[in-house]
Design a binder for this molecule. Structure first.
Ligand code: CMC
Length: 443
């Protein structure tokens, strides 16, 4: 082991790794993260070894960046934002405090938080013309597709935000960040309001409300109605938002970082993140879980049958809301959400049979050899849909609710990537296609 050195980026060099190819050996620095993670830096492999590259399908064991935002240990079931345990934050913090912490690195004082809140409210107004775009979508359009398109369309109404000045300066980034946090909840509110025939709201300047409470107003406030969400609703929603706020380099966050790495602005980067989150293997799993629970209920509630289906390799059915790329232990978020679902449903006097089906599925899966051997546990999406359902949110909106929670994480990762002046993201490939051939028309 060599004496510890640091690189110009303050990475601790703890050792060297040697790769041998065709009798030649090449040394590479080994870095140590502050939690003891070990990482081999192979970026010079190609230049040293004349064109040799590495392959890791699905990035199962490749770090795409250095980051100071979120730490997660999938073996031990640990999740921390900027060093704070997520369980403690979910219990004690407000979502906006957590958003500030993730984006700027430290918890805000009262003045900083008030300013952040007011800047978000002041920048929340959505141009009336955006409504014309919404009206052009068929009523069957999925809210995630609509939200991704509208987020991208917002660049047309905020052209400065994609200019290089905005992307490169801290002040420009701040202006864009407060716009994203202000305008996207308005658009999510539109999705619910359109489905329920409520008039649309164009700004957060309704009343001086806390950010979480404000989002509930944007969704549920009817005209001429003195809407006052009950405390259990505000608490459970605040918890859900915090638990979804960041999850290091997952599919959608990596998408946001890679789109942003081309110096695209925050709106287009977030729009791409929304599209990536939509898939059922990622954020779309929350809608898929609810649909699965309903299907099991309609089929007589036989959970064992669905466990058998999930294990059958000939059957495409997977237990949605189960398994995770990095958690090989109980997802700490799922544990908190399960308890929160129980508490919330009790507080509003709802006894949802789907919650019972979910618990029975979990119980059967956790004692089944297939799930034990593969270390498959419930993930964040397994119980969240039960809470959204009790809140009165339609299933096709569950994944845009996830977007609301994930916005601070995407923003924090985009900002960090820009401040660290990361190079454009551009993976290599192993070409396995055709050898050179001459063109001969087949017409
Ligand atoms: N049901 C049945 N089998 C499963 C499941 C499941 N939900 N998840 C993984 N497996 C099996 C899989 O068939 C494979 O078995 P084998 O080794 O025999 O081929 C093994 O477990 C490893 O699975 P994998 O697909 O190679 O693992 P991955 O890391 O590529 O995928 C995952 C992770 C989350 C995409 C996957 O577990 C899954 O599809 N889960 C269901 C969808 C879901 O709940 N997604 C939400 C993820 S958490 C929130 C988020 O990301 O937004």
């Amino acid at each position: 082991m060599q004496k510890l050195k640091t690189t110009s980026n303050n990475l601790i060099v703890s050792d060297k790794a040697t790769i041998s190819i065709d009798g030649e050996s090449y040394d590479f620095p080994v870095y140590k993260g502050i939690e003891g993670d070990v990482c081999i830096d192979i970026k010079n492999l190609r230049s040293l070894s004349e064109g040799v590259t590495t392959i890791d399908r699905g990035f199962k064991n490749t770090a795409s960046c250095e980051s100071k935002i979120t730490y997660l240990d999938g073996e031990k079931g640990i999740l921390r934002y900027r060093g704070y345990d997520v369980e403690e934050l979910a219990k004690k913090a407000s979502f906006l405090e957590v958003a500030y912490l993730l984006i700027f690195g430290e918890l805000p004082g009262k003045e900083e938080l008030d300013k952040f809140h007011d800047d978000i409210v002041d920048n929340s107004i959505v141009n009336d013309d955006v409504k014309k775009i919404v009206d052009a979508f068929p009523s069957s359009a999925h809210p995630m597709g609509v939200l991704s398109s509208l987020t991208s369309a917002l660049t047309a109404f905020n052209p400065n935000d994609v200019s290089l000045d905005y992307v490169r300066s801290k002040e420009g980034m701040y202006e864009t960040i407060v716009k994203v946090l202000g305008k996207i909840p308005i658009l999510v509110g539109w999705s619910y309001r359109k489905q329920n025939g409520f008039p649309l709201q164009y700004s957060m300047k309704i009343r001086n409300l806390d950010y979480t409470d404000m989002i509930l107003h944007l969704l549920f406030k009817k005209p001429n109605d003195e809407y006052r969400p009950e405390k259990p609703l505000i608490d459970v929603f605040n918890k859900l938002l915090i638990l979804h706020a960041d999850h290091e380099q997952n599919c959608s966050t990596s998408t946001v970082r890679i789109v942003g790495s081309s110096h695209a602005g925050l709106f287009p980067s977030i729009s791409a993140g929304i599209s990536a989150l939509w898939g059922p293997l990622h954020g779309g799993a929350n809608q898929a879980v609810l649909e699965m629970l309903k299907a099991i209920q309609e089929d007589g509630g036989n959970t064992k049958k669905y466990i058998r289906k999930a294990k059958d390799k000939e059957d495409p059915f997977r237990l949605m809301g189960f398994g995770h790329r990095v958690y090989k232990n109980y997802d700490p978020r799922a544990k908190i959400i399960k308890a929160a679902a129980d508490k919330f449903l009790k507080s509003i006097g709802v006894d949802d049979p789907l919650l019972q089906i979910a618990k029975e599925l979990e119980e059967n899966a956790l004692k089944d050899k297939y799930f034990i051997d593969r270390k498959l546990f419930p993930n964040v999406d397994f119980y969240s849909g039960v809470i959204y359902r009790a809140m009165g949110i339609p299933p096709n909106m569950y994944t845009i609710m996830f977007v609301l929670g994930r916005l601070p994480g995407w923003i924090a990762q985009w900002r960090e990537m820009r401040l660290m002046k990361e190079p454009i993201g551009r993976p290599r490939q192993l070409f396995t296609g055709s050898a050179p051939r001459k063109f001969k028309s087949k017409k």
